[in-house]
Design a protein around this ligand. Sequence first.
Ligand code: NAP
Length: 457
Amino acid sequence: MAYQTINPYTNEIEKTFENTTDEELEQTLLTAHQLYLDWRRDNNLEERKRVILRLGQLLRARRTEYATIMTRDMGKLIGEAEGEVDLCASFCDYYVAHADEFLAPDIIATTTGRAKVLKQSLGVLVAVEPWNFPFYQIARVFIPNFIIGNPMILKDASNCPASAQAFAEAVKEAGAPAGSLTNLFISYDQVNKAIADKRVVGVCLTGSERGGATVAQEAGSNLKKNTMELGGNDAFIILADADWDLVKKVAPAARLYNAGQVCTSSKRFIVLEKDYDRFLKMMKEAFSKVKMGDPLDPLTTLAPLSSKKAKEKLQAQVDLAVKNGAKVYYGNKPVDLSGQFFMPTILTDITPNNPIFDTEMFGPVASVYKVKSEEEAIALANNSSYGLGNTVFSKDYAHAERVAAKIESGMSWINAGWASLPELPFGGVKNSGYGRELSSYGIDEFMNKHLIYEARQ
Ligand code: NAP
């Protein structure tokens, strides 16, 4: 497997990275495990907090430099990449501010004696991460686990090696000891080898169902705890009493941000019959105004997709949808630019027997559905193998919350597009995975809740 930066705007191979040898993997496991033991012995929480504070400062000081690396790796707009660096820095602030609280023992109420639960590290983790948010995906698993004292071995996506390397170097420069976060350019076989190694206690993966199922199987057969953050086919539901000025402001960006390559992008727009035509018109107007071009140019508003493979996959999905009866309301035309651009596209008339109905499309393609009632909207939202997020619009918050609660998903956003913040738990149900990242829930995943109990004599 080649780890390469192939700039999706210029199509040039900018850099190829050498694969990690088995000896390097073994050395990494040794160092990381020793670090875990050292931290278990001396705790060092204050020192780890200082490292994360410094990491936040480095990220802020170099936001454009880091953002540019991400843009060249996978094509995202420079402004969006800068926002991603800022978000990672906010994770640093959050976990430093809450570290003592999250790691404080829980006193357990019992009439039989005294009991408490210590919050302890577990050991070395393997993190397998995707390319769509090259810094954010690493930050959201690395920072809380570093705070606890779980060293991490990173296998990042093969198409954003420069970003993974830059993040790992920033961690080192912030003062983290060797073994804290080691970025490796390893094969799938080496990932399996690491997961099976007895010094590794868990694995967290963000990625596709296909990748997740394979890695979870390996983790399961070795009895290693794992968390899976997988794909989504999020519904965007517009209730009868929605604020249309807000819908107009939010809906296009909820699909087009990061060129539509977000697990929680709104992918299925569910609209009542009475609003269907105006919604389609509104989306078409917004989609037709995008400016495709150099993602490093701040005036560009739609980035290329991350790779040639990603563009081909999306085109094949749109073709399959159309072959099975979907109608193209807007888009699906070639883009006259050499980068991996995909014209924003609106599909309608996707029936449940269309193979695309229950498939994630990872790019700027909006599927629009017409429903007769709120009940039908909820049923359609739930008619999915996925359960990551959804968005509900209503001027009446209580109404929106009632509808959101009926949807089988890990997250619901009301009157706004999807969001990720340090204090909000992130994760899904059904085929969107299991486990949570960020917030107090995220730091809990790879923590030994160690009971200490004395029975009254
Ligand atoms: P992917 O193909 O599964 O890749 C993700 C990571 O897993 C990459 O590092 C990949 O390495 C690695 N990988 C894949 N198969 C593997 C295997 N058998 N053994 C070891 N490692 C393996 O996913 P993707 O297409 O790049 O990412 C997009 C997907 O991620 C979308 O479905 C999106 O919805 C999902 N996602 C979910 C969340 C969430 O929080 N729920 C957030 C972001 C993205 P290589 O690059 O070397 O193949």
